[in-house]
Design a protein around this ligand. Structure first.
Ligand code: DQA
Length: 148
C-alpha cells in the first residue's frame, strides 16, 4: 500500500518567493508544492501538500492525519513558537511527524528559538531551506519499510 504523507504549512508560507527572500529564499510556494509532489512521486509516496493561514484549518488536517495514521511533514511557521493547540493536535498523530523550518530558527530572534511542537515531533529539520522538505520525504520513505 502506498504511504500517505501530508505536507502541511502554516501562516504566511503561501507567500514564499516574495516574502523576506533573504531569509526564506526565492522558491515560490507553487514551486515548493511541485518539489514535494515530484519528490513524492519519485519515492512512491502519496504526497498531499497544503497551506493555511487559519489555525482551525490546520487542526482539522492534523486530526484527519491522526485518524488515518498518516505521516506528516509540518512547517508550523509562527505557530511553532506559541500554539499549544497545534502541539496538542500533533501529539495525537500515530504516524511519524517531521517538523521543518526553512530558516535556522536558532540563529534568529530569541522568540523563534523554541518550538512547542518539537517535543512531540519524531525529528526536526531546520535551516536547510526548502531542501528540508525533500529530506523529510526521503526520511519517511526510508523508514516506511522498517518495523515501528
Ligand atoms: C519558519 C520560521 C518561523 O519562525 C516563521 O514564523 C515562519 C517560517 C521557517 O520555515 O523558517 O513563518 O517556520
Amino acid at each position: 500500500m502506498t504511504m500517505r504523507v501530508y505536507v502541511l504549512n502554516g501562516p504566511n508560507l503561501g507567500r514564499l518567493g516574495t516574502r523576506q527572500v533573504d531569509v526564506y529564499g526565492v522558491t515560490s510556494y507553487a514551486d515548493l508544492v511541485k518539489l514535494c509532489e515530484t519528490t513524492g512521486r519519485d519515492l512512491g509516496l502519496d504526497v498531499i501538500v497544503r497551506q493555511t493561514d487559519a489555525e482551525h484549518e490546520l487542526l482539522g488536517w492534523l486530526h484527519a492525519a491522526a485518524d488515518e495514521g498518516a505521516a506528516v511533514v509540518l512547517n508550523p511557521a509562527a505557530w511553532s513558537h506559541y500554539s499549544i493547540a497545534v502541539r496538542d493536535a500533533c501529539a495525537m498523530l500515530r504516524g511519524p511527524l517531521v517538523e521543518v523550518h526553512i530558516s535556522n530558527i536558532h540563529a534568529r530572534e530569541e522568540f523563534r528559538h523554541h518550538s512547542v511542537v518539537s517535543a512531540v515531533a519524531t525529528g526536526v529539520i531546520c535551516g536547510l531551506g526548502v531542501d528540508g522538505y525533500r529530506l523529510a520525504l526521503h526520511h519517511l520513505a526510508n523508514r516506511r519499510d522498517q518495523p515501528a
